[in-house]
Design a protein around this ligand. Structure first.
Ligand code: BGC
Length: 255
């Protein structure tokens, strides 16, 4: 087991990639705090699965887009599990809409959850880890769209681009404390965020056609990388982005 005895908080883990990461962490020996915003029931079901694996599991609801709530979430996880070695900032939202139609409300929602939430959860956990003096791991679930353009998703791409530079910059301040910060950049993964495409045969074929691997990824294929980045083995890995995208970010028609 690669995370034996570790204690982790995974935001947005009531479904999709976050859920897969929380489960994999438990399988690798970690106690896990599950976070949800709307999915309380699935979060509690996930806690039951974590407990079945013989690990401690707890679930907390919070809107991480509000700094005080991100802070409170970290404090609650520390209190329930004793301390935290690992934070996975996975909570994320997206809206597909033309730039000309983007409202301030949508802008705030996407930037608050995807960027501000990750920023302040990282700050809260880093304060705790520095005080504890035992190092730690912060893993941000970003997107290939922290680097690759994403038509009609300006808010999402801006939030993930921000996450990229946050990671690259904050790693310098936290490295002396033995805390690493890295981004995982998934491409198209079969999760609820891609529901619209998954439910439409033609859209699905179009999407598969721009993925060199010819298929969407599975949440568990992202979780494997999260385990590595969260483990002791990755102590010298910090400030970078790792793609899990079946080659999507390098797709080109070659015309
Ligand atoms: C988005 C998905 C999209 C994928 C590939 C992800 O970051 O959340 O909606 O399918 O990138 O474009």
């Amino acid at each position: 087991m690669r995370l034996s005895g570790k204690k982790a908080l995974v935001t947005g883990s009531s479904s999709g990639i976050g859920e897969a990461i929380a489960l994999r962490f438990a399988r690798e020996g970690a106690d896990v705090a599950v976070h949800y915003h709307h999915g309380g029931e699935s979060a509690r079901a996930l806690v039951a699965e974590i407990e079945k694996l013989g690990r401690a599991g707890v679930a907390f609801g919070a809107n991480v887009g509000v700094a005080a709530e991100a802070d409170g979430l970290v404090a609650a996880a520390v209190k329930a599990l004793g301390h935290l070695d690992i934070l996975v900032n996975n909570a994320g939202v997206e809206f597909r809409e033309p730039f000309l139609d983007v409202s301030e409300e949508h802008y705030d929602l996407v930037l608050d959850v995807n960027l501000k939430g990750a920023f302040f959860a990282a700050q809260a956990v880093a304060r705790h880890m520095v005080e504890r003096g035992a190092g730690g791991r912060i893993v941000n679930v970003s997107s290939i769209h922290e680097d690759v353009a994403f038509l009609n998703y300006t808010t999402y791409a801006a939030s993930k681009g921000g996450l990229r530079m946050f990671t690259r910059t904050v790693c310098q301040e936290l490295a002396p404390h033995g805390i690493t910060v890295n981004d995982i950049a998934p491409g198209a993964i079969a999760t609820p965020i891609n529901q619209r495409t998954l439910g439409d045969g033609e859209l699905l074929r179009e999407l598969q056609a721009v993925i060199p691997a010819g298929r969407l990824g599975e949440p568990d294929e992202v979780a494997g990388l999260a385990v590595f980045l969260a483990s002791d083995e990755a102590g010298y890995v910090t400030g970078s982005t790792y793609y899990v995208d079946g080659g999507m970010s390098h797709w080109n028609r070659g015309l």
